[in-house]
Write a protein that binds this ligand. Sequence first.
Ligand code: F0G
Length: 418
Amino acid sequence: MKYRCVRCGRTAPSFEGFQCGCGGLVEVEHRFIEVSRETFDRRLGCTEEPYNSGVWRYKELIHPEIGAEQVVTRPEGNTNLYVRGGVSEYTGIRRLTMKHEGENPTGSFKDRGMTVAVSEALRAGAETVVCASTGNTSASVAAYAAQAGLRSVVFVPAGEIALGKLAQALAYGARVIQVKGYFDDAMRLVREASRQLNLYVLNSLNPWRIEGQKSIVFEALQQMRWIPPDWIVVPAGNLGNTSAFGKALKELGQLGLLERMPRIAAVQAEGANPFYRLWKDKGGRLEPVNPSTVASAIKIGDPVSWEKALDAVGLTGGTVEQVSDSEILEAKAVVDATGVGCEPASAASVAGAKKLAEAGVIGPDEEVLCVLTGNILKDTETTIRYHSGGFSSAGRMNRPVTVDADLGSIEKALRSPT
Ligand code: F0G
């Protein structure tokens, strides 16, 4: 195993930092042993740690070298696929499947990267771990650090993260620093603080996070009997997932485990769309923006992994789309009303799939996998605001009604339209 700079290609046998001297990010380059789908299929339903995890089931593809006893796992992954008529109808995509990463231990996909990066932090002798976060990473860092006996510090944009996530970080015992600024300010401070205060960084610029998040693709393909969909659609913020998906597909291809290459569609919020702009401008350098979106998880103006993500989308012949806040909220209301439910940022994948289908980029008979990244209970404020008429457009509003405590009032309430 070695570390390789994605910009200049320089390799190093041991870890020297997340960023190469040239400014590029570093990735993990494995020397894979031969591995077959049967190995992974055999582990399905296994109860033994860490192979009962939907991350460590693919250990040979994620971290072949770590000892099983060194792994910090909940276990994570093993998230379900959902097909819902309401979502197919809404998007105009007949064959649409959702993979619900909100079913992870702390309620988001972040746990898949965290199990690997926290295990690696322990191996590196770290005592204090740190991250910047729009909320979900901080919840995951706090939980895994608690389990591993590490101290955790999380930097979040003050007043900008959903309360479910803040509650988790506090409850799991992280030191929560609320930075007056955007996520991007918190991220910059983490980079500076980690160097000066010797803190181990658990953001997705840590290449081990990316290794763990590859397992979303591995697990989805295994659940689909190793027959890839035509498209994998994913919400895009700091661009760790987009990068991880590209790396997963590239490596499966190299190992002869991929029938054909699915295309990645990364979906940004219109008000936090620097990667979409970069894609439309056909490359060059990412120009940061001041982000603004109701989907606080992806309210990011200067994503760290844009170079890796650009390679990922390019490699798969994919695309980048943007969706407005009202498109996100409507898509969320549709997903929620099927009983599946997700947090706002997650619904960007469904909203993006709809938009791409309407534009003819996704064909009517193509098979689409939308990743739902976070649990519906993470951001109850936005859901309640939507259903209480707090947004100017809310076509699927389900307004609560308050009645006097008598049967007559209840009858009246049940008779009147919502
Ligand atoms: N969806 C959710 C629910 C998220 O929490 C995030 C990122 C994303 C999508 C975007 O994924 O960054 O890999 O492109 N949340 C980070 C956090 C930034 O701090 O929790 P990405």
